[in-house]
Design a protein around this ligand. Structure first.
Ligand SMILES: [Zn+2]
Ligand SMILES: [Zn+2]
Length: 339
């Protein structure tokens, strides 16, 4: 038992002369009876502070739960939703209008050609001034118009995945099948109903035109180089009304590429200065993509996977555009493939 002299004084902060009789484990201090009670009361008050802190947080959480719908980000998400739906509706409207325009263009073009043919044939009847050559030509036009009527320009949808569930789409137009139609001289023959063009054994610049006329939309033509021994060839487009000629170099309406690594635009030949060497060899499949809307054309060699792009100045090369090939070497042969 501790004597009075060894007993500790009450640890009350306000200064108490009494001897400590109760020991607090928490703060390892002794207090007199009165101040020990005070000490416990202060600790209780601090505990109450913890309780009220808990309640305060609980209240805020409950409030949060009730006001979850008015989260500040909700409005941003709502805006994004509205804008996205609006964009999709706008795009759908544009695409519908594009289809209507494409169909109308197509119908007008056919009507125009029909009108032309009627006028020519009526005139010929009136003056009795037609021959087998005219009849052959007109029959060909009739066949061509019929083929375009039944399998008229079809429009495909191109889908691009941006993220799952939402696709962006655009239209790709597939004209009735492209075929070879006209040549500049008889050293080249069109065979297999227009699918193949074959040169004879002479060396000569000869021009081959496609049948289709391209004025709007995006179109793809695939060509297979079936026979060629180191031959020179040109692939591209020209403006449809341009007369056929052997040497096209000076024609400003000719746009395309030759496999001696030259680019042809505005009637000028320009050496391809990029590392992307222009190649067209035997057994190559070459695609030509004509984008009338953006006035550009792209050539892709499927073997090398190389891509070449040209802008077309429609002041020099007005619509309608036509497929245009020029083959120089003997016995070379090119085939149009299905797209
Ligand atoms: Zn204590
Ligand atoms: Zn005390």
């Amino acid at each position: 038992m501790a004597s009075a002299s060894t007993r500790k004084q009450c640890a009350y902060d306000g200064g108490c002369k009494q001897v400590g009789v109760a020991y607090c484990e928490g703060c390892t201090r002794s207090f007199c009876g009165i101040h020990f009670n005070d000490h416990r009361r202060l600790l209780n008050e601090e505990l109450n502070f913890i309780f009220s802190g808990c309640n305060e947080i609980k209240d805020v959480l409950n409030q949060e739960k009730a006001t979850c719908d008015s989260h500040p980000l909700m409005k941003q998400i709502d805006d994004w939703e509205k804008q996205s739906i609006g964009n999709i509706q706008q795009r759908a409207k544009e695409l519908r209008q594009q289809i209507i325009l494409l169909a109308t263009d197509h119908r007008n073009e056919l009507s125009q050609r029909l009108q032309q043919l009627s006028e020519q044939s009526n005139d010929a009847l009136e003056h009795d001034s037609f021959s087998e050559t005219d009849l052959r030509q007109w029959k060909k036009i009739i066949e061509d118009l019929k083929a375009n009527l039944t399998s008229h320009a079809t429009v495909g949808i191109n889908q691009h995945d941006y993220f799952p569930g939402l696709k962006n789409i655009s239209l790709v137009m597939t004209m009735s099948k492209e075929l070879f139609d006209r040549v500049s001289d008889n050293t080249i023959q069109i065979e297999q109903n227009g699918q193949v063009a074959t040169c004879d054994s002479s060396v000569n610049h000869r021009e081959i035109r496609g049948r289709n006329r391209y004025s709007s939309g995006v179109h793809k033509i695939r060509l297979y180089i079936e026979q060629a021994e180191q031959f020179w060839m040109f692939l591209g487009i020209t403006s449809e009304p341009t007369p056929l000629r052997h040497l096209f170099c000076s024609a400003p309406c000719t746009y395309g590429w030759s496999n001696d690594n030259n680019i042809w635009t505005n009637g000028q030949k320009c050496r391809n200065s990029s590392n992307n060497i222009i190649e067209m060899k035997k057994n190559d499949i070459v695609s030509l993509i004509l984008d009338c809307n953006n006035r550009t054309m792209v050539m892709i060699n499927e073997r090398t996977n190389r891509k070449y792009e040209l802008s077309v100045n429609t002041a020099n090369c007005p619509f309608p555009w036509q497929l245009y090939l020029n083959l120089n070497e003997a016995n070379s042969c090119v085939r149009i493939l299905p797209t």
